[in-house]
Design a protein around this ligand. Structure first.
Ligand code: DAS
Length: 333
């Protein structure tokens, strides 16, 4: 009896992998999102001998255009697809610019042990050395592989399998742009074989406490960047905006200018929660004085980037705005 091939569902959202430049040497400046999920899988010779594929086009956008409502819709759709016992895993094709955010959001919200793998391309698929077709093939093979179950959401780019929690785009042009500065490269795909070396420990997917099924919107959370000479205008604008949370992108160990802390501390009335993250791409943000965050009412960001802190805070605020709860979420996830 012949063995049934694993079924992987490909959800396409747009991005460079789906663009069609005017010439084989145009690696920048293309804008058209022209290729569908069907076109992308048709570009992988022989894949149908290894995997049964189905596709759907949920969005056709550059990833910088995605909104919170799109994240919710994507997460709900991926969870729904994975409920089908015939589906082994899902691949999401996505622009690279915000891939780490979508991957992290899905990692915190998709209720399944089955693999969810995001992939994309730094170069359009039809230019010289386009990286899209191999990235997509590797992502599909990883999503079809039983070893990928329970590994959480991953990004598969440039042969690496990177944990959604830690992955970060680190270069605007290199094909090896996705990295995990503090660990999180779980494995790799080589010669069509999937190899894992590490597994994530922090809660994700089926073990996450966040439930977005039936949720129509996320709490508004703003990011305020700090720097030498930083005033309090942007912070005040955020405080007045009616948002439920603010992520301060601090310096070093999430350090914030004194005036900034004072403005937040003394802001009259009910104020949004504030997470203290860092502009630095690696490391950990903790309160080593043991009292600074308690005095200011801030939550230490524990090493998440400002953009990932924003998503985690949004999800945490769907449960509670209690500061102790928020501190616990940031240290656990
Ligand atoms: N910079 C593009 C990409 O690498 C566009 C995007 O993120 O959609 O996919």
């Amino acid at each position: 009896m012949t063995q049934k091939l694993p079924h992987v569902h490909v959800v396409s959202t747009g991005g460079t992998i789906a663009s069609r430049p005017v010439s084989p040497t145009q690696t920048t400046g293309y804008s058209q999102i022209a290729l569908t999920g069907d076109d992308l899988v048709a570009g992988i010779p022989g894949i149908e001998q290894q995997v049964r594929l189905s596709t759907e086009q949920i969005f056709s956008v550059a990833s910088s255009a995605l909104k919170d409502a799109d994240l919710l819709r994507l997460s709900q759709r991926v969870s729904e697809v994975l409920e089908d016992p015939d589906v082994e895993g899902v691949v999401v094709t996505h622009g690279t610019d915000t891939m780490e955010e979508t991957a992290f959001f899905l990692n915190l919200t998709v209720r399944s042990e089955k693999p969810v793998i995001l992939t994309g391309a730094m170069r359009p698929s039809t230019v010289l050395s386009g990286d899209g077709p191999l990235n997509l093939m590797n992502a599909i093979l990883a999503a079809a592989d039983p070893q990928s179950r329970g590994m959480g959401v991953m990004v598969c780019m440039n042969d690496h399998l990177l944990a959604a929690r830690d992955v970060m785009k680190t270069s605007t042009y290199k094909v090896e742009t996705f990295r995990c500065p503090e660990g999180g490269c779980l494995g790799f795909v080589m010669g069509g074989m999937v190899h894992y070396r590490y597994a994530p420990l922090c809660p994700h997917t089926a073990h996450s406490e966040f439930d977005v099924r039936g949720l129509a919107e996320l709490p508004q959370v703003e990011v305020v960047y700090t720097h030498i000479g930083c005033g309090t205008e942007m912070l005040r604008a955020a405080l007045k905006s009616g948002c439920r949370g603010i992520v301060a992108a601090g310096t070093g160990n999430g350090s914030l200018p004194p005036e900034f802390c004072k403005t937040y501390r003394e802001w009259p009335g009910e104020k949004p929660a504030m997470v203290r993250a860092s502009r630095v791409p690696g490391g950990f943000v903790g309160d080593y004085s043991g009292k600074r965050d308690a005095e200011n009412g801030t939550v230490p960001g524990c090493g998440f980037s400002p953009q990932k802190s924003r998503l985690l805070l949004q999800l945490a605020l769907t449960v509670s705005s209690d500061r102790d709860y928020l501190c616990g979420v940031f240290s656990r996830y």
